[in-house]
Write a protein that binds this ligand. Structure first.
Ligand code: NAD
Length: 482
């Protein structure tokens, strides 16, 4: 049985309470390890360690911080297979996906911010003969980074990398469901040259360890990715303390398909944007709007391709669809499908739990599922399911589909498939989403602002946006007349 530990002040330790949580492998349904159930005492230790090293790290030359980030990237890359296996085991995602997407992206996050830190700049505003203003962008101090289970190392490092690149020290909490790759990351920090206390990893549940990070007066900012309800709870605690908050929350993204699209490319990408990672990517397009003339052709083609997806052991190279994260989440997904049927949806394919043979017989697998026949305002089309479930809706024209797509509490991402350039630009301007993809999906340039509007979040990650978030802007005005 594997026992993970916290990483505080450069050392591995258990929670001071000695309490632990079980770590499950979703593909087998079995416990394979334990992690510390940390509490506010552990968080206080981590904040203290981070505070103690802050003046050293924040005054370390940017070029040296950048070198350290590059080294972290290199060390993860050397152990790519080990990291990918750990990610697959914790999440139930296919090993190939973790190898191709999750871990390479964590590497890219450190490399990107190693470079971005050196290119970051601040502004100067010249008042002709009268005065000069320049902006200092100084690190905040100790910051909290809290991440979810769907892309564990990918999303955690998307926060840690810019935070330390900008000169902050971090108290990070990975999801209690997927702690393993964060623990592996901790193992290589000393070799990379990260001073003790600059990155602290505290494992445990959201309500205890996570909440303690948000509440701690020594934590100056919180970068959070997770569910909308959790984001609201975090805001309630952080806002009265006027902490900086970056919130990347839930989504219910529209995928809008016009009849003039490149059908083959659209179909291939839609299969991915519907079901990759068992539909557990915040950017997945779960509401698929299809222009009437191609609705039936599209529906039949998507159903056929979906039926070919192999649900299986994540370690098997032939598997397209692995397990969902937990038994509870599997039950939630199945309940949502049943409620969709009660609302009047027709089930085109899927809808059931999959029971595999052998090692995965107790795993939490769900068939990729396609529904049709529901109105845009039906409950199924409004709430985030966060599983392998999509709902198809035909539409008549541009105005109608923009109205339906925007009829959502969320506003994270939207995809539009059309060859009509003017329409693409019109749609991009009118759709209420922070991220728009035209004729593509999940094509990521790490320099671009990333985040959602409405209930999908607050603020943007990525590029210099994250470096701005993790720094305080201070304007200095110099009078030139005296
Ligand atoms: P979650 O909100 O349950 O948990 C996310 C993290 O917050 C975990 O580490 C958890 O322990 C912690 N947490 C829980 N309660 C807390 C509290 N009161 N205070 C502080 N921390 C707390 O989310 P999840 O189930 O892990 O992830 C799925 C959700 O994440 C989905 O809604 C999905 O859309 C969203 N998500 C959003 C993005 C994005 O970029 N917008 C990316 C990935 C996932």
């Amino acid at each position: 049985m594997e026992r993970l530990q916290n990483f505080i002040n450069g050392e591995f330790s258990s929670s001071r309470s000695s309490n632990t949580l079980d770590n499950f492998n979703p593909a087998t349904g079995k416990v394979y390890g334990q992690l510390p159930a940390s509490n506010e005492v552990d968080v206080d230790d981590a904040v203290g360690a981070a505070q103690a090293v802050f003046s050293k790290w924040s005054t370390t030359p940017t070029s040296e911080r950048s070198r350290v980030l590059m080294k972290i990237a290199e060390l993860i890359e050397v152990r790519l297979q080990e990291f990918a296996e750990a990610e697959s085991m914790d999440t139930g995602k296919p090993l190939g996906l973790a190898r191709k997407v999750d871990i390479p992206r964590a590497v890219a996050n450190f490399r990107f911010y190693a470079g971005a830190a050196e290119h970051f700049f601040s502004e100067a505003h010249i008042m002709e003969q009268r005065a000069i203003n320049y902006t200092l962008r100084q690190p905040l101090g100790v910051v909290g980074c809290i991440s979810p289970w769907n892309l564990p190392l990918y999303l955690l490092t998307w926060k840690i990398a810019p935070a330390i690149a900008a000169g902050n020290c971090v108290v990070a909490k990975p999801s209690e469901l997927t702690p393993k790759t964060a623990a592996l990351l901790a193992e290589l920090l000393a070799t990379a040259g990260v001073p003790a206390g600059v990155i602290n990893i505290v494992h445990g549940e959201g309500e205890s360890a996570g909440a303690a990070i948000v509440k701690h007066p020594g934590v100056k900012a919180v970068s959070f990715t997770g569910g909308t309800e959790t984001g609201a709870r975090i805001s309630e605690v952080a806002a009265p303390q006027f902490k900086k908050l970056s919130l990347e929350l839930g989504g219910k993204n529209p995928n809008i398909i016009f009849a003039d699209c490149d059908f083959d490319k659209m179909l291939e990408t839609t299969l991915r944007s519907s079901f990759i990672n068992q539909g557990q990517v915040c950017l997945c397009g779960s509401r698929i709007f299809v222009e009437q003339p191609i609705y039936e052709r599209f529906r039949d083609a998507l159903v056929e391709r979906t039926r070919e997806l192999k649900v299986g052991d994540p370690m098997d190279a032939q598997t397209h669809q692995g397990a969902v994260i937990s038994q509870q989440h599997m039950e939630k997904i199945l309940t949502c499908i049943n409620q969709a049927k009660e609302e009047g949806a027709s089930l085109l394919t899927g809808g059931e739990r999959v029971i595999l043979k052998g090692r995965c017989e107790k795993g939490w697998f769900v068939q990729p599922t396609i529904l049709e026949g529901l109105a845009a305002d039906a409950k199924t089309n409004q709430r985030e399911i966060f599983g392998p479930v999509v709902s198809l809706m035909p539409f008549k024209d541009e105005q109608q589909v923009v109205r339906c797509a925007n009829e959502s509490a969320y506003g994270l991402a939207a995809t539009v498939w059309t060859q009509n350039l003017s329409r693409a630009h019109r749609m991009a301007a009118e759709l209420e989403a922070g991220i728009l993809w035209i004729n593509c999906w999940m094509l990521r340039d790490l320099r671009t602002p990333f985040g959602g509007m409405k209930h999908s979040g607050l603020g943007r990650e990525g590029g210099f946006e994250a470096l701005r978030f993790f720094t305080e802007a201070k304007n200095v005005c110099i009078d030139l007349t005296t």
